[in-house]
Design a protein around this ligand. Structure first.
Ligand code: UD1
Length: 368
C-alpha cells in the first residue's frame, strides 16, 4: 500500500484537493490517500464549512498553526508537517496552489527526499510584491512533478528551462469542484435569505494586501462600491483580513447607512457559488474567482494590475484593471454598456482533471 498525503491550508486549497481525494478512491486497493490540514485558515466559515460543502472527510491530521507573520506561519507549518512525515512516511506528497502552507510543505518534502507534485504549477503574475508569487516560484523550482492548469503555466515553466517530461497539462481541479457542487448551488436558499434577484446584484470579494491593507486604498474602494449601489445592490461577503482593517481604520460607518450594500460574513462554497452564477457582475481581487466566473460565463472585473491566470482574460469573461477610482468607474460604465462574456472554456476545464491527475500519479507510484 502506497501512502499519498495531500496538503490543505487556506480556503482556496479545499476546492482543489476535494476532487483529488474523490478520484483516489478508484485506487483505494493500492493507495491510501491522507489529508493534512495545516490550520492556516481555522475559522468555521473559512475552513470547516468547505469540508461539509465539498463532502470531504475530516482531515487525517490537523496541524493547528493559525495566523502569524509570513515567517512564523511558514516555519510553524514546516515544523509540524515534518513531524507528520516522520510518523506517516508518505511515498508521495501533493501540494496545491500558492499559499504559505503550499511553500512550507514543499520545502519539507524536498528536504526529506519525498517525491512531491505541485498542482496549479507554472502560474506567474510577474509581481514579486505578491507573497503568492514567491510561493509559486520556489514551490515549482523544487517540485518533482508540475501539474499545470492552463497553457501559460506550461509556457512559463518551459521558458524557465524546466524539463518538459516533468510537466503535465491536465486542467483545473477547482473547476471539478464547481461541476460537482453546481446542482446543490442551484438549490441554495441564499438569494431568498438576502432578498436578491438574479442579475440584480454585484458580488464583491477583496482581501489582497495591496487593496485592503492601506487605509486610503480600502476607503476609496468602499466609496466606489457605495456609489455602485445607485445601479445594483452590492453583496460583499467579507474576508476576516478585510473586516479587521475596516474596523481598525474606522471605516465601518461608511457602509452602515446604505441598505443596498450588504456586508455579510464569509459564505460557504455552495452559497457563494449560488451567488456567483446569478450575479450581474463580480468585482474581485481573488485568483480562483477569475477562473470560476470564466466557466460560469459571468462578467468579472479583477481589481489588480496583473494576473497569474491570463487565460481568463484571453478566453474568459475577466477584465483586469488598475484598482484606482477612475479606472474602476470607467470599467463599470463599460460593463453596463457592453458586458464581457466568455468566448471559450479553457482546454481541460471539464470537471475531469482530478481523474487525469490521479491516473498519472498512480502510474508514477508504480515506478517509484
Ligand atoms: C491567504 C493566502 C492567499 C489566499 C487567501 C484566501 C498566503 C500568503 N495567502 O491569505 O493567497 O488568496 O488566503 O483567503 O498564504 N484570519 C482569520 N481567520 C481565518 C484565517 C485568517 O481571522 O480562518 C485572519 C487572521 O487575522 C490573519 C488574516 O486573516 O492574520 C490573514 O490570514 P492569512 O492566512 O495570513 O492570509 P490571507 O489574507 O487569508
Amino acid at each position: 500500500m502506497k501512502k499519498v498525503i495531500s496538503v490543505v491550508g487556506a480556503r482556496p486549497n479545499f476546492m482543489k484537493v476535494a476532487p483529488i481525494h474523490r478520484a483516489f478512491q478508484k485506487y483505494s486497493d493500492s493507495i491510501e490517500h491522507l489529508i493534512v490540514h495545516t490550520g492556516q485558515h481555522y475559522d468555521q466559515k473559512m475552513s470547516d464549512a468547505f469540508f461539509n460543502d465539498l463532502e470531504m472527510p475530516h482531515p487525517n491530521y490537523f496541524l493547528g498553526v493559525g495566523s502569524g507573520t509570513h515567517a512564523e506561519q511558514t516555519a510553524k507549518v514546516m515544523i509540524e508537517f515534518e513531524k507528520i512525515c516522520f510518523e506517516v512516511k508518505p511515498d508521495f506528497v501533493i501540494v496545491v496552489g500558492d499559499v504559505n502552507s503550499t511553500l512550507a510543505c514543499a520545502l519539507v518534502s524536498a528536504k526529506l527526499g519525498i517525491k512531491f507534485a505541485h498542482i496549479e504549477a507554472g502560474l506567474r503574475s510577474y509581481d514579486r510584491e505578491m507573497p503568492e508569487e514567491i510561493n509559486r516560484i520556489v514551490t515549482d523550482s523544487i517540485a518533482d512533478y508540475c501539474f499545470v492548469t492552463e497553457q501559460s503555466g506550461y509556457d512559463n515553466l518551459i521558458g524557465d528551462g524546466y524539463d518538459p517530461k516533468k510537466i503535465y497539462f491536465c486542467g483545473n481541479t477547482m473547476i471539478d469542484s464547481l461541476h460537482f457542487a453546481l446542482p446543490r448551488a442551484n438549490q441554495s436558499k441564499i438569494h431568498n435569505l438576502l432578498s436578491l434577484e438574479k442579475n440584480e446584484y454585484i458580488l464583491v470579494t477583496l482581501h489582497r494586501p495591496s487593496n485592503v491593507d492601506s487605509k486610503d486604498q480600502l476607503s476609496a474602494l468602499l466609496d466606489i462600491l457605495a456609489d455602485v449601489t445607485k445601479f445594483k445592490k452590492v453583496v460583499f461577503p467579507i474576508h476576516p483580513r478585510t473586516m479587521k482593517n475596516i474596523e481598525n481604520f474606522g471605516l465601518r460607518e461608511k457602509l452602515e447607512s446604505n441598505e443596498k450594500f450588504l456586508l455579510i460574513d464569509p459564505l460557504g462554497y455552495i452559497d457563494f457559488l449560488a451567488l456567483m452564477k446569478d450575479a450581474n457582475l463580480i468585482l474581485t481581487d481573488s485568483g480562483g474567482i477569475q477562473e470560476e466566473t470564466t466557466v460560469l460565463n459571468i462578467p468579472c472585473i479583477t481589481l489588480r494590475t496583473s494576473t497569474e491566470r491570463p487565460v481568463t482574460c484571453e478566453l474568459g469573461s475577466n477584465l483586469l484593471i488598475n484598482p484606482n477610482p477612475n479606472e474602476i468607474k470607467e470599467s463599470l460604465d463599460l460593463h453596463f454598456k457592453n458586458p464581457k462574456y466568455t468566448k471559450q472554456i479553457p482546454p481541460y476545464w471539464d470537471g475531469k482533471t482530478a481523474e487525469r491527475i490521479t491516473e498519472i500519479i498512480n502510474n508514477l507510484l508504480l515506478n517509484l
